[in-house]
Design a protein around this ligand. Sequence first.
Ligand SMILES: [Zn+2]
Length: 279
Amino acid sequence: MMENAPIIRHEHDGYTIEGFSRAAVQTYWRVPELKMGFDLGAHPWDFMGTPRWLITHTHLDHIAALPVYLARRRMMKMTPPDIYLPNSAVENVDKMLTGFTKLDRGRLPCNFIGVTPGDEIEISRELVLQVGKTTHTIPSVCYLIWQRRNKLKEEFAELTGDQIRDLRAGGKEVTREVRIPLLAYMGDTSPRGLDDNPDVYKARILISEMTFVAPDHRQEIIHKNGHMHLDDYVKRVDKFENELIICGHFSTRYSRRQAEHLVKKKLPDLMGGRMKLWL
Ligand SMILES: [Zn+2]
């Protein structure tokens, strides 16, 4: 393993969340079990194998590593990856890659999928991607991954396996689709990003930003700059139904100890142990 960029890891019920996020420094996450990554502020060498990256917005600390990642995949003869990003950014990001291709004399192949809030994109038979609008200083989105399963309809619950098979053979629809909100990734946003996408409060895993934690900051300025403060979480504490709430993107002005201390002053048990500070 080559550690060229820091990685924090956490496992939750079969899903591994890996990455790093500090405001203005770099943000990158991935969940290997989903073969999906989120934001490309930097790119640990070991993340190269993840073939699908969902970018929330084009601030440099969330996208700067895109050309590096594409060049590595090409060099290793891997297939061009899928890059999801706000539709309004695709043209300029493509131009940026063209510029690097000229400078580097190497192709940077990828498939762009431009997204707009409200989009629902089928990723696989099991996974559906929903795009939400967030509020930041430039166009930005959040991503919610739904897991879908086919469940036997209640009306057939009493039947035997043979009877169900016969019904199915006769062309009857015996199952219905159920969707579970598996993972929400917010990127950078003011608290409106959470409130405008209420399903994210129900996601089993929520990855969100808590850029500011100290009591001396002025809320309206933080919100105007498209970020969140610890107090925004305290105010909404009853809304979070998540099994795991990962808070990251802390400002560099806080050390790990300071951030932990300030959060635990307001949320002593870290929302019943469900909240994990990504530090
Ligand atoms: Zn940003």
